[in-house]
Every structure is written in structure tokens, then in C-alpha cells.
Design a protein around this ligand. Structure first.
Ligand SMILES: Cc1ncc(COP(=O)(O)O)c(C=O)c1O
Length: 390
């Protein structure tokens, strides 16, 4: 029913992934497997609603109607059995803006915020660019399995520690954290009165056989110290429409957050983002199930390919996201050499692991959200390049 195999040219569409290849990699003719968006056509149940509104031909000031909020509430209930009240949903033009606003709202200059690298690197600047202290609690890796180091986390908490930014599911290592793992983290946060900012933007991309646990569903007491970011942008490939939500059930935290948002006048959003989000959350279940099955196929393809033909590269099996975290340590190269090797020898543009902070060295992050034929081509190019390493 949905054709994820369709090859659609994205050149000359002001796409960061395609049209800024030269700026990012110094080369245009590479297969771009970096920034987190997908090369799939936006489904008709979204484009038809956008077209309808476009045809109206007046695009003045707008407000988000009850339908917008109801679609989010119904999506979260259906997929995660998470009951969210309409008033608890705050609009944000993006998740990264929301994380920055949380830093400004919930912490003071000089106070510390913990992140768990290797992790989505804008978390770092969301702390440091506002004069807060960035504390790394590095994830642990054993035999390809990545976990949180709860013991070390406990030991680094001081009275100045005010927030932890959690990536749930985790980009780039692909973990859909289990309920037990999240509970352990939550206990520490409750004990030390630390706010958990849980970035759950990738939650809908949890792969078949795995489960996403929204942090706020652990208990009411935990929900009270939790701020959760979600968005339709990764799920339905709508990142260019700048529409996301921050869910805060604690009325005091929510009041301060909204006050900050209002004082900066950043809460308007855009009418097309609102329409696309409503359409996506209202009609997207079947499409999303088909998408995650297709992504799983791409992940299996790369994993099998590496096992059979490029044993020097070991993909970490993701439980969520369309990102594959490739363990390239057997290639024996530095981060800079790896990046240079994949761009100039293999013709594939990926994110180099150390971009994600400590623990990322020797890894590459590969975005497989593209037609299988492109993934196949990339793997053939990588295989050829590896076979030529002296
Ligand atoms: C964990 C995570 N958070 C946030 C974002 C970006 O969010 P936004 O575009 O809504 O700012 C990304 C994009 O890759 C991401 O991986």
C-alpha cells in the first residue's frame, strides 16, 4: 500500500541532507546518511490536508484548534496507553528550542545538568551556551549492549545538579530504555529533587518487538518532576514544519515554562505545521507500522551485509530510531580518519561518533531511512572501500 522503495530526488529542494553535502563533507557526490530525516514521500493523508489549506490562499494569524490537541492526546493513548490532559501540552517550534528553554527556565547559571553521551550533541550546547555546567555521565558498553551507568550518575550529583537530559529512545545508540532502567534513574531524580527532561522525539520509531515507555507513565510522583518532548517531525518526516510539543503535568513547572516561552514570543508556530501534525496523529497508525517494518528491513539488510561481507564493521542493533550505530573500531582509524575514509573512499556521508561526545570515538552513525536500493548501493561502496584498505 505504501511504496517506501520509491526513489525521489531531493536535490535542489533546500534540503540540508542533500543540498548542504558540500558544506558538511567537502563533496557533493556522496550518499547522504547523516542528518535525521527520511527520503520517503509524505503520505497522502497529510499532504491532502496541507493542500486543502494551501488552496484557501489566505494564511493569516492562526491558533491551534481543539482538533490539534485531541489528535496528540489520542495518539499517545493509543500507542503508549498514556493519558495526557489537553492543558498539559505546550507547543514548541522544535525539540531543541524546547530543551534550551528548559535550561533557561528550570536552572540558573552555574548550576549543573547531566547528559549521557554518546548522545545527540545539541544537548551539550543547550547547557553550555547558557552558562550552565555540563556534566557527562558516559553510557557503558559491553558486548554491543549500551546501558546507563546509574552508580556513576549517583556519585556525580551535587546540590547544584538541577536537571538530567534523557534521550528516550536514545540517539545514537538506539536503546529503547526498559521500564526497570527508567525506574532506577527516576528514583535518583526523586531522591535528589532533579528534573528529568526526557527527549522522546524518536519514540514512535520504536522497532517491532520493542516497547517505548514514556517517562511520565512510571508513576504520578515521577510525572511530577518530568518534562517530556515529543514531535511528529521524526515519525512523519515533518522537521521542516517546526512543530513539537512539551508535555508538563506539574502546574508550577508548566507555568514557568510557558512564561518563558511567552516572554520570548516563540510560541506561535506555523499553520502548516499545525495542520500536518493533526493529520499525522489522526490518521498515521497504519503508515507508521508499515514504515517501522520497512526500516527494520533496512536495518536487517545492513546488519546481515556487515556480518557476511564487512566483519570489520559491527552494527549495534537498534531497538528504536532509523539510526545505526556502527562499531568501526576494528578498522583501527581515528575519528578524523574514519570520516575521511567513508566520505572520500566509500562516497558515504555519515556522522562521526565523537560528534556525540565521550564514548563515541571509533563509531559512525548511519541513517538508513531511505529506499532499500540506496542502502544497498551504500553498502556495496563501503565494502569495496574496506576491501582496498592495505
Ligand atoms: C534526540 C533528538 N532530539 C531532537 C532532535 C531535533 O529536534 P527539532 O528538530 O524538533 O529541534 C533530534 C533530531 O535529530 C534528535 O535526534
Amino acid at each position: 500500500m505504501w511504496n517506501f522503495d520509491e526513489e525521489i530526488g531531493r536535490e535542489d529542494s533546500d534540503s540540508v541532507k542533500y543540498d548542504l553535502r558540500y558544506e558538511k563533507f567537502g563533496k557533493k557526490d556522496i550518499i547522504p546518511m547523516w542528518i535525521a530525516d527520511m527520503d520517503f514521500r509524505t503520505p497522502g493523508f497529510i499532504t491532502e490536508k496541507l493542500q486543502e489549506r494551501l488552496d484557501h490562499e489566505i494564511y493569516g494569524y492562526f491558533f491551534r484548534s481543539p482538533k490539534y490537541y485531541d489528535s496528540i492526546i489520542s495518539w499517545l493513548k493509543t500507542r503508549y496507553d498514556w493519558s495526557v490532559e489537553r492543558d498539559h501540552i505546550c507547543f514548541s517550534p522544535g525539540t531543541v528550542p524546547a530543551i534550551n528553554l528548559c535550561t533557561l527556565t528550570f536552572t540558573r547559571p552555574g548550576e549543573s545538568i547531566i547528559v549521557q553521551p554518546p548522545v545527540y550533541y545539541p544537548f551539550f550546547s543547550a547547557v553550555e551556551s547558557h552558562g550552565r555546567q555540563l556534566i557527562y555521565n558516559q553510557l557503558r558498553e559491553k558486548d554491543g549492549k549500551w546501558t546507563m551507568d546509574i552508580e556513576s550518575l549517583s556519585s556525580m550529583i551535587t546540590p547544584g545538579t538541577k536537571m538530567i537530559i534523557l534521550c528516550n529512545p536514545h540517539n545514537p545508540v538506539g536503546r529503547a530504555w526498559s521500564r526497570d532502567e527508567l525506574m532506577e534513574l527516576a528514583r535518583i531524580c526523586i531522591k535528589n529533587r532533579i528534573i528529568i527532561l526526557s527527549d522522546e522525539i524518536h519514540c514512535d520509531l520504536t522497532l517491532p518487538g520493542y516497547r517505548h515507555t514514556p517517562f511520565a507513565t512510571l508513576s504520578d510522583e515521577i510525572a511530577d518532576i518530568t518534562v517530556i518532548c515529543i514531535a511528529p517531525s521524526k515519525t512523519f518526516n515533518l522537521a521542516g514544519l517546526s512543530t513539537s510539543s512539551v508535555i508538563i503535568s506539574n502546574p508550577v513547572l508548566r507555568k514557568y515554562f510557558m512564561h518563558k516561552m511567552d516572554s520570548l514570543h516563540t510560541g506561535n508556530g506555523n499553520i502548516f505545521g499545525s495542520i500536518a501534525s493533526t493529520a499525522a496523529y489522526s490518521g498515521g497508525h497504519e503508515w507508521l507500522d508499515a514504515l517501522t517494518a520497512y526500516l527494520e528491513g533496512n536495518i536487517n539488510y545492513v546488519t546481515d551485509y556487515c556480518r557476511e561481507l564487512i566483519p570489520e564493521i559491527i552494527p549495534v542493533r537498534p531497538e528504536a530510531t532509523y539510526m545505526l550505530w556502527l562499531d568501526c573500531r576494528k578498522l583501527g582509524m581515528t575519528g578524523k580518519e574514519l570520516r575521511e575514509f567513508f566520505v572520500n573512499r566509500a562516497g558515504v556521508g555519515m556522522n562521526e561518533g565523537s560528534e556525540f561526545g565521550p564514548g563515541g570515538e571509533g563509531f559512525m552513525r548511519m541513517n538508513v531511512a531511505m529506499p532499500r536500493s540506496r542502502v544497498e548501493k551504500a553498502m556495496q561502496q563501503i565494502e569495496k572501500a574496506v576491501s582496498h584498505i592495505p
